[in-house]
Design a protein around this ligand. Structure first.
Ligand code: HPA
Length: 276
């Protein structure tokens, strides 16, 4: 696989976007992309439509347990929101452009506000299992990239939106934190040496998705916010084992907090904030 993928993911999803635009004729406020274990827990509103990925060309079927293969349209107090119940990962063998297909479809139907969710390991010593982190910056340590439509683009997550969302979470009773998210390729969890390296590099949370596709989406004009749920903590001082099952267990017991934090993020969208 080439290290830089030059495919524009918007092309493969265009037919599906036409289908959705013909089916829905109201403006959509945001799209949420669900991470591992999140597919059944996101309850941000009333589901008013559901479409299997198999009807949407260009969206890969999710093959990892804890990921759905359905797109939902939900009516939330802050507007209509698309929920992608599962995503694709590079460690499943997908190219970066396939991992970005959900973001690309959202952009093609005119949705600019993207919320990526993911399960992550907590590297910062003050983080605990079940904590919500809204990253204000990201690092790509996958050594893969998707060619961005904007060449000189370096802000991947919308920092202003992240900070407003964090304040809103506290107002709503969710103690959210900020920090830096690093994406690695996976699928193995990190060794003690890797944990120490990531920490020294300045990462606070670590996951196997989100950064590559967010970098492309923000370069394509999306405003991106990320919600990372700490499903396990990591330290380089003693041996510990992390399993995918443990990650999904924590995600499913944190459903209420994740949904509430997503509502706080939706509430913090400011349509004009990136205007010149
Ligand atoms: N490392 C990488 N990805 C993860 C982890 C982790 O510890 N937990 C959940 N996703």
């Amino acid at each position: 696989m080439p290290l830089i993928d030059h495919t524009d993911p918007r092309i493969a999803v265009r037919q599906g976007a036409v289908l959705l635009c013909n089916r829905w004729n109201e403006p959509i406020k945001a799209a949420i992309i669900a991470g591992s274990g999140f597919s059944s827990i996101i309850e941000v509103g009333k589901v008013i439509d559901r479409i299997p990925y198999s009807l949407l060309p260009g969206l890969p079927q999710s093959t990892i347990s804890g990921h759905g293969s359905e797109l939902l349209l939900a009516s939330t107090p802050y507007g209509l929101t698309i929920i992608f119940t599962g995503r694709s990962h590079a460690y499943e063998g997908h190219k970066p452009s396939a991992c970005a297909s959900h973001a690309a479809l959202a952009l093609e139907v005119g949705v600019q506000n993207l919320i990526m969710t993911n399960a992550c390991g907590g590297l910062h010593p003050r983080l605990n299992v079940g904590d919500v982190v809204i990253p204000t910056d990201v690092m790509n340590m996958t050594f893969r990239a998707l060619r961005s439509p904007a060449r000189n683009h370096s802000e991947v997550v919308d920092r202003g939106w992240a900070l407003r969302s964090t304040s809103q979470c506290w107002v709503d009773g969710i103690p959210a934190r900020n920090g830096t998210l690093v994406q690695v390729l996976g699928p193995s969890f990190e060794t003690r040496a890797e944990i120490g390296m990531m920490r020294r590099c300045g990462a606070d949370v670590i996951g196997m998705s989100t950064v590559v596709e967010s970098a492309w989406a923000s370069g394509a004009g999306a405003r991106v916010s990320v919600l990372s749920l700490v499903t396990n903590t990591l330290t380089d001082t003693h041996q510990q084992s992390v399993t995918h099952l443990q990650v999904m267990d924590t995600a499913s017991t944190s459903g209420k907090r994740v949904s509430q934090a997503l509502l706080s993020i939706l509430q913090s969208i400011q349509e004009s904030h990136s205007a010149p």
